[in-house]
Design a protein around this ligand. Structure first.
Ligand SMILES: C[S@@+](CC[C@H](N)C(=O)[O-])C[C@H]1O[C@@H](n2cnc3c(N)ncnc32)[C@H](O)[C@@H]1O
Length: 273
């Protein structure tokens, strides 16, 4: 793990953990780019079974991992789709467009290596049916992560090369979400925008409104547990989004107007395998 700071030039990209504090250090000037594979807050297996059925007659599905950090989320999506459908049938979901405004993290992501913890290895094998070795090639480089945020825990990390079957499925774009959103198509969008809404801060309402124009009845917007504060649609029904009745943290344009704010505090989303 790496804690980086705009006020110095020290950059040691050990893992996906990165904390950036701009010199002015006001709310909205600070973000963390920490992530991992199959991030909690979504019933990954059940949701993707649902998507595969929903999009079975749709020729192209546009998949976005917005605020993608090092690509762990985009690669989780790609691995799950390939494992469930096979590479050929999963083609219509690719490339997954992964967008983040952090230049360091996106530049590193394009190099094609990931630093993977033992916990990541377990979850990758769990969700893909033991296909870690299909998607990644283990190197003999291992090291201890930095402390995780404020805790003293350190992970043993192994550096893996991402195999082409996976690497080719994700395209990284370095851009602020507030401008990238204007470039997105308007139909058949599967949008992951998770665990970044508090960082959008002053722009979150305008961003949500723009994102709404990119989310039609054949689209989904997936949020994260961390977005319980910061995402306007989590505190009231707005911009035409409804909470998906079946999947917590998923919004849709079904028109159901379903909204349940007790979910934000009382729903524990368990792993579904
Ligand atoms: C905690 S990580 C979330 C990573 C991943 N989505 C997940 O759920 O694990 C937050 C990410 O949001 C990105 N971010 C914050 N504000 C952004 C903005 N305005 N435009 C693009 N990326 C942004 C940061 O660079 C960071 O990588």
């Amino acid at each position: 793990m790496k804690i980086d700071n705009y006020t110095n030039n020290h950059t040691n990209f050990g893992t996906s953990y990165r904390k950036v504090i701009k010199p002015s250090y006001q709310l909205g000037d600070c973000y963390e780019a920490s992530t991992y594979f199959f991030v909690k807050g979504l019933q990954w297996n059940k949701f993707f079974n649902h998507l595969i059925e929903k999009y079975k007659d749709t020729p192209k599905v546009n998949v976005f991992s917005l605020a993608c950090s090092d690509g762990s989320e985009a690669y989780s999506i790609a691995m799950l789709l390939i494992s469930k459908l096979g590479e050929d049938k999963a083609k219509k979901y690719f490339p997954i467009i992964a967008v983040d405004f952090d230049r360091t993290i996106t530049r590193n992501a394009r190099k094609g290596y990931m630093n993977i913890s033992q916990e990541d290895e377990l979850s990758i094998n769990k969700y893909t049916g033991n296909k870690l070795n299909l998607f990644f090639e283990r190197t003999n480089q291992t090291f201890l992560s930095d402390n995780k945020g404020s805790t003293k825990d350190r992970d043993l990390l192994t550096r893996f090369k991402i195999n082409p079957i996976l690497k080719d499925k994700v395209q990284f774009i370095t851009e602020d979400l507030n401008t990238y959103v204007d470039k997105m198509p308007t139909t058949n969008n599967l949008i992951f925008c998770r665990n970044c809404w508090p960082y959008l801060w002053k722009t979150s309402k305008e961003f949500a409104q723009k994102l709404s124009t990119k989310t039609d009845i054949n689209s989904y917007l997936v949020l994260g547990n961390f977005d319980r504060i910061g995402c306007p649609m989590n505190t009231k029904n707005c911009y035409g989004f409804s909470m998906n009745k079946e999947f917590p943290n998923v919004l849709d344009k079904s028109g159901s107007d379903f909204f349940d704010n007790t979910r934000l505090f009382f729903t524990k989303i368990e792993d579904d395998i």
